[in-house]
Design a protein. Structure first.
Length: 445
């Protein structure tokens, strides 16, 4: 893109940095409200830098903004099947959920390929009147006031690079450079961040549909916990696209370092597991990618607004990664929409002060973003604990093995199997009760 940037003062009402789901969503709503919006993206096009192949849940959120979006958006499959699998090196025990009710509009979710989907979504912001400038890295913020009191624009890595606006919304993803520059985000610890590596594997469409027992456009997602990441805290996932699978592992950075494991090797281990290998057999690797995931939720959330600036999406740690769920796209969109709603009110009042932008939090509440992160604030720590990440998935599969083994030594009752399995693995009843209680607090009540 060669669109010239201008250095005239306040040439835009708002600058959005990053054209992922958070940034495109924010730009779309502000442009629709008549604001002059500049959307800056460092990739060659929106989505070019984003890890492809993903499950986009909560399609009703986008349906409210773009009715029946699935009729024009590049979606892959409608998600009607979900599996959670507990893994040991040689066994797996899965809980499968499947419903036809997710197969009806507005649907519950879709698999998408991020490069195509993000490009389409940012295109909707452009259709609404936003100016998109790609291949442009934002390096810093511009400030007004002796103490850098108010953010008044951005510095881009271009010759005509300084651009001013009443408001900057940082949607620049995990490890947001801008939120750090603005003093809103602290440096993360390696406990708070995970590394996701993903491979997209091409498969003949009929083979894929037979293998996953899929009908028509329906699709499946599966999450895996336990031994697939060896002793590293993390998990795996497998999504079905039209004629490909997205398969990957997400591992806590500190745990990778502690156990000196390489994520790509863990992905190979995952693909070789006896219950996974038949699913990927014969597939042709199409692409590899890696990206960070902000996993600590509320504990790593930055200051969300200051004079002239707001932070949304992964940049604000709105990624709901709690074992049972890996949902970042929907929360990125919701927080982008919430930031836009606060920006529109600020624009109408001509007041971009921190007090005015505090409405962002109200909008995040109304859109159930902050309440979800508050309600599940202990979940990320819980699922990444040693016993939950490794020990219990192994116990569950060992218990199942005992339950289903027929060897002429007589059948044991379930409680006897459970007691023996706990004893064999040195898990005290007290620890089990504590973990059940912590699990209840994290997910149950
Ligand atoms: C392996 C993996 C699997 C995942 N699976 C899922 C899933 O199945 N479902 C789900 O909901 N979530 C998933 N997530 C999380 C999800 O990808 C993120 O939560 C989501 O992309 C966040 O959207 P965002 O718009 O905030 O940030 P991003 O999508 O990261 O977009 C940020 C944008 O900002 C641009 N940018 C960054 N810095 C600059 C700069 N300085 N100047 C200009 N542009 C800049 C980037 O190029 C990028 O386009 C997954 C994450 C990973 C790593």
């Amino acid at each position: 893109m060669t669109t010239a940037l201008t250095t005239r003062k306040k040439d835009y009402d708002a600058i959005v940095v990053g054209a992922g789901p958070a940034g495109a969503g924010a730009a779309l709503l502000m442009a629709r409200a008549g604001m002059r919006v500049l959307l800056l993206e460092r990739g060659e096009y929106p989505g070019a830098k984003n890890v492809s192949g993903a499950a986009f849940y909560g399609s009703s959120i986008l349906h409210e903004v773009i009715p029946n979006f699935w009729e024009e958006a590049p979606v892959e499959r409608i998600l009607t099947k979900r599996t959670l699998a507990f893994m040991s090196p040689e066994s797996s025990l899965s809980v499968d959920f499947q419903t036809k009710s997710f197969a009806a509009p507005p649907y519950n979710g879709f698999t998408i390929m991020r490069p195509r989907f993000d490009r389409w979504f940012a295109g909707k912001a452009v259709e609404a009147g936003a100016t998109l400038v790609s291949s442009t890295v934002v390096d810093d913020l511009l400030y007004d006031g002796a103490n850098r009191d108010r953010v008044v624009g951005v510095k881009t890595r271009r010759d005509d690079g300084d651009v001013t606006a009443d408001l900057v919304i940082a949607c620049d993803g995990v490890n947001s450079f801008l939120a750090k520059k603005a003093g809103m985000q602290k440096t993360f610890t390696s406990h708070e961040i995970s590394l996701g590596v993903k491979e997209v594997i091409g498969l003949d469409q009929t083979v894929l549909e037979d293998r996953f027992r899929l009908t028509g456009d329906e699709g499946a997602v599966a999450e895996y916990v336990g031994d697939i990441t060896a002793e590293v805290h993390g998990g795996g996932f497998l999504y079905t696209n039209k004629d490909s699978l997205a398969i990957g592992v997400i591992c806590q950075l500190s745990s990778l370092a502690e156990h000196k494991q390489r994520p790509y090797e863990l992905l190979e281990r995952f693909k070789a597991h006896p219950s996974v290998a038949p699913l990927v057999r014969g597939g042709k690797p199409r692409e590899y990618s890696a990206h960070l995931v902000p996993e600590a939720g509320l504990h790593m959330m930055p200051k969300l607004f200051r004079d002239g600036m707001m932070v949304a999406g992964d940049a604000a740690a709105f990624c709901f990664a709690t074992g049972l769920y890996i949902e970042g796209i929907n929360y990125a969109m919701q927080s982008g929409f919430a930031a836009a709603e606060a920006a529109i009110l600020a624009h109408q009042a001509k007041d971009f002060s921190s007090a005015s932008l505090a409405r962002y939090e109200d909008r995040l509440d109304a859109r159930h973003v902050l309440p979800d992160f508050k309600n599940f604030k202990s979940a990320p720590g819980y699922v990444n604990s040693e016993r939950m990440a490794n020990l219990y998935p192994a116990l569950i599969t060992r218990g199942a093995e005992q339950l289903f083994r027929v060897d002429g030594h007589g059948k044991k009752k379930i409680m006897a199997i459970a007691r023996q399995t706990l004893k064999d693995n040195d898990v005290s009843t007290l620890n089990l009760i504590k973990d059940l209680y912590a699990g209840g607090k994290a997910f149950g009540w």
